[in-house]
Design a protein around this ligand. Structure first.
Ligand code: SAH
Length: 249
């Protein structure tokens, strides 16, 4: 996904901290184009402070006077809203929104994601200039997210879609020891069973489901050879201690 075609537009943000927070959220997720529509305080040291290593986005941010100017050259405009509006409009969640954005960017279109004022969001007129609306499915007890947090959620979904298929699937890809073979696992279970009998934890006359449960436990974990050796060592020492403590008569 070419992120150069995607811009984040903040309409009349009042808190400079939110502008910085939005810039940081964007850069973390690989977005760079920030457009500010008549920000109340900008530039501002609080914005820089919250942006941390994303101050370059603030330096490059485009400041305009109206939403119309911010989106004039865009082919897809998505307006975000914390609540439903009077006239029903096509509403997406952030994941579906990312798909729409990806399809649009693939056609080399310019896309704007528009965020509203901290206190009152976007006006109905502003929302009606948007092709689609986006709502983050927040809890009805408190549906409105902090502005920068809303930017974070939307940018994250774009990133996840852009990275699709490239993320490592399992964290065991680069394990430091090979996983145990079934043959070694069988030896371990025999050793475990012998030991449990020896310490009288397992009664061979009434084994119940103990070994089955232990197999299920270790099977779920998937032991590697190193871990298996540690457990075998513990069993060997347990057996030695048990026979030392209870001399044969
Ligand atoms: N009281 C305002 C809330 C504005 S929150 C209102 O009811 O509209 C500031 C901005 O953060 C919103 O304009 C929107 O851009 C974004 N935002 C906050 N919560 C959101 C949500 N649940 N879904 C989508 N955008 C949200």
């Amino acid at each position: 996904m070419n992120s150069a075609n995607i811009r984040i537009v903040l309409v009349n943000p009042s808190h400079p901290g939110n502008i910085g927070g939005a810039a940081r959220a964007m850069k973390n997720m690989g977005l760079r184009q920030l457009v500010l529509v008549a920000p109340r305080k900008f530039p501002h040291e609080e914005a820089e402070w919250r942006a941390a290593s994303a101050v370059d986005l603030l330096e490059q941010a485009v400041v305009v006077e109206s939403l119309a100017e911010a989106i004039a050259d865009c082919q897809l405009v998505i307006g975000t809203s914390a609540r439903g509006r009077r006239i029903p409009w096509p509403v997406l969640d952030p994941r579906r929104c990312a798909e729409e954005v990806q399809a649009s960017v693939a056609r080399d279109e310019q896309v704007a994601l528009v965020f509203g004022r901290e206190d009152s969001g976007l006006t109905n007129e502003e929302l009606q200039t948007c092709n689609l609306h986006l709502h983050i499915p927040s809890h009805e007890d408190y549906p409105s997210l902090n502005l920068a947090m809303a930017v974070q959620v939307v940018s994250y979904e774009l990133r996840m879609l852009a990275l699709d298929g490239q993320l490592p699937q399992a964290s065991t890809d680069e394990w430091d020891a090979p996983f145990s073979t079934m043959e070694n696992m069988e030896r371990f279970y025999q050793h475990l069973e012998q030991t449990l009998v020896q310490i009288e934890f397992l009664d061979p006359a009434a084994p119940r489901q103990l070994m089955a449960r232990l197999r299920r436990l270790y099977g779920r974990v998937r032991l590697d050879e190193m871990e298996l050796n540690i457990l075998r060592g513990i069993l060997t020492e347990t057996q030695r201690a048990a026979s030392a403590g209870r001399p044969e008569n």
